[in-house]
Design a protein around this ligand. Sequence first.
Ligand code: ZN
Length: 159
Amino acid sequence: MLPPLHVGEMGIFLSTTILNMELSPEVARYVVRYHWDLMTDREREAQRHLLSTIKATGRSDLEAQEDARKSLNRLEVAMRTVFWVADHAMTPSRFLSNDPSVLRLVVDGYESFELGTAARILQERGAEVRFNLCPRCGKLARTPTAKQCRHCATDWHGA
Ligand SMILES: [Zn+2]
């Protein structure tokens, strides 16, 4: 468990502390959701691939990725037939990646991708992550702009 932090500590102290913190699914979700700017092009493509898969199938495992590819391909064929869509930019299957280096990032599904990507970001660019930590319990807030802690209910509006 994270020790309580003292309000007013330097930001660099916060970053170091969180870097030493165990990378939980909660921390990974925060980093990936709010730091698209720190993701590589490959990671962004992997994320789009997985989110499109989830949208199409409700899951993100490899089998779901294949199901999504099949159903988007079918949709694409239907669109071409009905609307004569020829523009690649308009085709649904472009949301899924064919790049082997991207597909390596997604083999274990979305949660695993999120953990791996967050670990990479924290290791290489951890100082740039804007963690919003509760001034009372030191835990991570839900969003970068939240002013109320979901763990201890402390409110720091106007702080
Ligand atoms: Zn708190």
